[in-house]
Design a protein around this ligand. Structure first.
Ligand SMILES: Cc1ncc(COP(=O)(O)O)c(C=O)c1O
Length: 393
């Protein structure tokens, strides 16, 4: 690494998270890690940590992402969550990629292909998200018939996707009912993997008996979605109000608090590259956005909006103390510092002193967006018990 701006990805924490989830929710046969978008920008190297800790299936968005994973893991089954054009069926077959099938036309086209190897498919049911999936019971019935008559197409999985958490709304219940209705003609027991939940719906609802798998995304990266009830009067009142709303709208009971002990594994650092003293009235950076109110000490850091970090982050931490960001640019940030700060000091953008929660609150975004902001220009240092490896994506 030449430019000292980097993310540290702690693989031990990711392994602990995975083991904790599997230990506390042990009734599934398939733990499917959703590792799209470069494993939520943690870097795909982490898939081998997740697998070591118990993950036995992966899911990604595209064939590109699936094939990137194949470069580092040849065995783990991979499901692509979006349709793949059948002109690439050979790439799927050669790399043992599981296809999702979301409409009859695509299945008919697949049925006509001369497949070299058995092709695993998961049927997607549109229970109300209205993005992808079968919406008609008759079409699902026909799809099953086609699969049954083609020995090269293997119905390994059945799934759907929830639009809401169902904690305070009835849409989860409606989607679940729709899923059951649409799949009434299927022999669910004969399908090895039935997966309906994502992280937040998984921790918020009891596992339906027919479900055998779960798709785990953000929970693996340290977010358990738990809400602790406050014991003061305000908390009690808000709980009473919630119970009333649930009853009035016939919303089934859900779980707000869980005791999953998870850690975030993604920290971001830079370095003090230069320090100067500016006089009262001098500006710092572009456009005179910051004007010194008195004689001040300004540190310049080699990190900017091209890396995903802007002045809206508000603070950085140096030696455990927070300092204010006063201006930003594509590649640099300016920070007000005191006499204790020296050139080459390590700067934390988030990590030990500044939590991810603190940053997402300031930016008014969620953790998915924060991870996504940190661009692939930032090398990821993949750290485990024995070594640290720098990875450029
Ligand atoms: C189909 C599907 N399943 C599961 C997930 C994982 O979601 P989460 O990170 O909330 O667990 C995603 C993520 O976008 C998804 O698109």
């Amino acid at each position: 690494m030449y430019r000292k701006t980097y993310a540290v990805i702690d693989s031990e924490k990711l392994k602990r998270n995975t083991k904790e989830i599997i230990k506390k929710y042990s009734k599934y046969n398939y733990y499917i890690a959703v590792v799209k978008n470069n494993a939520y920008h943690h870097g795909i190297k982490i898939v081998n940590d997740l697998i070591e800790a118990g993950i036995n299936y992966l899911a990604v968005s595209s064939l590109e992402e699936a094939l990137d994973i194949r470069k580092i893991n040849n065995e783990i089954p991979i499901l692509v969550l979006e349709p793949i054009s059948l002109e690439f069926i050979d790439d799927c077959q050669m790399n043992a990629i599981t296809l999702m099938i979301e409409n009859l036309e695509e299945l008919k086209k697949l049925n006509e292909k001369k497949l070299t190897y058995p092709q695993k498919v998961h049927l997607k049911i549109d229970s109300g998200m209205n993005r992808l999936g079968f919406k008609e019971r008759t079409e699902i019935k026909e799809a099953v018939k086609i699969i049954e008559t083609n020995e090269k197409i293997v119905l390994e999985g059945l799934f759907t996707h929830f639009a809401t958490s169902g904690r305070n709304d009835s849409y989860y219940d409606q989607q679940l009912a729709t899923f059951k209705e649409l799949t009434k003609d299927m022999h669910l027991k004969d399908i090895p993997i039935i997966h309906i939940d994502r992280s937040l719906t998984f921790v918020s609802h009891k596992k339906p008996s027919f479900v055998t798998g779960v798709r785990l995304g953000i929970v693996l990266f340290g977010f358990n979605g738990s809400i602790k009830p406050t014991k003061n009067i305000k908390g009690k009142l808000s709980n009473l109000k919630r119970q009333f709303v649930l009853k009035r709208n016939h919303i089934s009971e859900s779980i707000l608090e869980n005791h999953l002990k998870l850690e975030t594994a993604f920290s971001l650092y830079s370095t003090v590259m230069s320090i100067r003293t500016v006089k009262k009235g001098e500006i710092v950076g572009y456009n005179g956005f910051y004007k010194a109110k008195k004689e001040e000490r300004v540190a310049t850091l080699p990190i900017g909006y091209a890396d995903g970090v802007t002045k809206e982050f508000q603070n950085v931490a140096i030696n455990g103390k927070k300092y204010k960001i006063i201006n930003d640019a594509m590649d640099m940030l300016s920070v007000l510092v005191d006499e204790s700060v020296k050139i080459d000091d390590k700067v934390e953008i988030f990590g030990e002193t500044i939590s991810i929660k603190e940053v997402t609150t300031k930016l008014n975004i969620n953790s998915y967006h924060l991870f996504n902001l940190i661009s692939n220009r930032v090398p990821r240092i993949h750290k485990d018990k024995e070594k640290e490896i720098e990875i450029k994506y």
